[in-house]
Design a protein around this ligand. Structure first.
Ligand code: SER
Length: 315
């Protein structure tokens, strides 16, 4: 099939890398990047681009009519830290943006939809270690419960209307091509930039806060592998757990020190993001992703750190 793909939220941390990889696979003209603002990023501007606000359903309708997409990736969202500052907007954007796209997928019979969920769907009463696909989920951030509700909508549209929607609960994502935007796991990207620029970093999370993280290359590959998997193999239509690499700021800093021996880390006293991190799992069980679509992670803490530093230095 000749694919026509729209990536909504193309200018963000995941979008930038996904557009690049999708264009490499399907051709520049087949992948329409779309965001609320124009971008000065060469990757985004290497192919078609459309301005769109996912809260504007009429405009989205025109976009679907014009491009008749076979695949849509809805990445526009407000993340955990910013969500706590703008709770109603986060709910509105994260929820109604998704429902608009699911409705348009029904109307236009879009073959496949991708929508990202997050480790933020878990909460203080979820198991903290090797958190399983199905367990107690009581997220206490607006971002977290918007993602959990979104997962329920995805499964609902799959069951009721046959929308082939696929989703991953991403761990914190770490990449060198794009900056994260307002999450709790952002420290794990900032630390690399500051280590190279200043030789030191003040972490807003405490030394021993373990969180699941993933290198962007693995995350993009996971996304594309899930989207290419045969529909009948997929047993999860809410969102798949994905394990990634679990580490603390202290462990990441020790790994960076192997490359930059003078690097120093310090820790901020009070940061609202600490409470969010403390409600999330330390590590994730991704047996379903392994069994259903053959997921295998490539990067560990060592190889990720080396690759990040090497690429940021070149930049
Ligand atoms: N990385 C995101 C955040 O910190 C979680 O999905 O908000």
């Amino acid at each position: 099939m000749n694919e026509k793909i729209i990536v909504l939220g193309s200018n963000g941390q995941i979008g930038t890398e996904l557009v690049m990889n999708l264009r490499a696979k399907y051709g520049n003209d087949q992948v329409v990047a779309s965001d609320i603002r124009n971008s000065d990023n060469a990757v985004i501007n290497a192919g078609p681009f459309e301005l769109a606000n996912v809260l504007d359903k009429d405009n989205l309708h025109k976009l679907f009519e014009k491009h008749r997409p076979t695949q849509v990736y809805l990445l526009a969202a407000i993340l955990s830290a910013v969500g706590e500052q703008k709770p109603k907007l986060a709910w509105d954007l994260n929820m109604n943006g998704l429902i608009h796209i699911l409705d348009l997928a029904v109307e236009f019979k879009t073959a496949k939809i991708f929508w990202p969920s997050s480790i933020a769907v878990f909460g203080p009463h979820s198991p903290r270690e090797n958190t399983t696909q199905f367990c107690v989920m009581d997220p206490n951030s607006v971002y977290g419960f918007s993602k959990l509700a979104g997962e329920r909508w995805c499964e609902y549209y799959y069951t009721k209307y046959g929308v082939d929607v696929r989703s991953i609960r991403y761990p914190g994502l770490i990449g060198w091509r794009s900056e994260p935007g307002g999450g709790t796991t952002d420290y794990a990207v900032d630390i690399f930039h500051q280590a190279l620029a200043k030789g030191k970093y003040e972490s807003f999370l405490s030394a021993d806060t373990a969180l699941p993280m993933m290198y962007m290359e693995d995350a993009i590959r996971a996304t594309m592998e899930l989207m290419e998997a045969l529909a009948e193999k997929l047993t999860i239509r809410s969102s798949y757990n994905l394990g990634g690499i679990s580490f603390t700021p202290a462990q990441l800093s020790a790994e960076i020190k192997k490359h930059l021996p003078d690097f120093e880390i310090s820790y901020a006293d009070h940061d609202p993001r600490q409470a969010i991190a403390d409600s999330w799992p330390k590590s994730i069980d991704d047996t379903y992703a392994q069994n259903d679509w053959g997921w295998k992670q490539k990067f560990d803490l060592g190889s990720m750190t080396a690759d990040m530093l090497e690429n940021l230095k070149k930049q």
